[in-house]
Design a protein around this ligand. Structure first.
Ligand code: SF4
Length: 347
């Protein structure tokens, strides 16, 4: 039996019911695919409902305020995805009169849409024959066919796409793509794959050669850096000082003023640093207390942070602004800050 026939037979019995599979609406499919980048289905599902409820159409998304889009996204991470969705919705209104483009090249040209997402939208919404190749698919193909090259390399990409193009069912591409993604997510899982219930057990290269745990081959990981941040909690009764972030992964969100170091330093050293002294230069201030350490993991960095409660006279600086608790609840805030504020019942 061919790979695709075998896979589609498995899918008929094991298909996952997911809301974006009930529609051909490219807007809904696009939102679901962007949410599912770097996010598991069970984590992404509540955000999908929240996002579609807040912005039911491309026009609603295009007309929304950037901060409102980030607020709905808050907690999901990789915020460039939300910024790109908003940008692209406005672009589709301007360039395509609000109609989602229906050919692969135009879909691929949209900001935030890579080869995987363009293939998924093309196949699920417009029934075009483009195979999806994501982490799940790479794992399945590398194991079943014994492909021992990292997908992240350019030769690896070429090899996996060439294989995927050969294997895709020429008549049922949309179903085939859904099937291989579900198979990778639920049967041929990264750890403890369910080989005993797998339709490929008799032909799977990795199973036969006892090589399952070595496939897919991964490119060496990028070394993570750690940032050491000291945040200042400055308030005037129920109003807190925050500033808008204008770059990096949290661009467009809000956080407390902070100073940053490349290494961990103790309290005595901290009070003597130039960073600390320059922040408070010209102010009469008193340090009231500090929080425990908060550690936050991002894709390429770790953030080690401490929050300092500070009494400061007449603090004013054009980079910062006072916000009421009511206003803060509506602002997009990085998860690290949100967690701290909830722990300390600041909002
Ligand atoms: S036999 Fe095991 S490793 Fe091979 S495809 Fe099936 S689940 Fe994956």
């Amino acid at each position: 039996m061919s790979f695709s026939k075998n896979l589609l037979g498995w899918y008929d019995v094991n298909k996952r019911e997911l809301p974006w599979r009930e529609t051909k609406d490219p807007y809904v499919i696009w939102i679901s695919e962007i949410i599912l980048q770097q996010t598991r289905v069970d984590q992404g599902l509540p955000y999908f409902y929240k996002f579609i409820n807040a912005f039911p159409s491309i026009v609603d998304l295009a007309n929304a305020k950037n901060e409102d889009v980030l607020k709905v996204w808050q907690g999901l991470g990789y915020y460039s995805r939300a910024r790109n969705l908003h940008f692209t919705a406005k672009h589709i209104i301007e360039k395509y009169n609000g109609v989602f483009p229906s050919n692969y090249k135009e879909i691929l040209s949209l900001k935030g849409v890579g080869i995987y997402t363009a293939s998924a939208i093309s196949s699920f919404a417009f029934n075009l024959p483009y195979p999806v190749v994501d982490g799940n698919v790479v794992r399945v193909l590398s194991r079943v066919f014994g492909v021992e090259i990292p997908f992240e390399s350019s030769a690896g990409k070429k090899q996996f796409y060439s294989l995927a193009n050969k294997l895709i069912d020429k008549r049922k591409h949309s179903k085939y793509n859904q099937a291989i993604m579900d198979f990778g997510a639920t049967c041929c899982t990264p750890k403890l794959p369910k080989c005993d219930n797998c339709p490929f057990i008799l032909s799977c290269n990795a199973y036969i050669t006892n090589n399952i745990n070595n496939l897919p081959v991964k490119k060496k990981k990028i070394k993570q850096t750690t940032r050491y941040l000291h945040y200042f909690i400055i308030n005037d009764k129920d109003r807190f000082v925050l500033s808008k972030i204008n770059n990096g992964i949290w661009n467009g969100m809000y956080q407390f003023p902070f100073i940053e170091f490349e290494k961990k330093i103790n309290q005595c050293e901290l009070f003597e640093t130039l960073n600390w002294k320059s922040f408070f230069l010209g102010y009469k201030y008193e340090v009231l207390s500090s929080s425990d350490e908060y550690n936050h993991k991002l894709s390429h960095q770790r953030i080690n942070s401490v929050f300092w409660f500070v009494n400061i006279d007449n603090f004013s600086n054009n980079k910062f602004k006072y916000f009421s608790k009511h206003e803060i609840r509506k602002l997009p805030i990085p998860r690290l800050i949100d967690k701290f504020m909830n722990d300390y019942k600041l909002i």
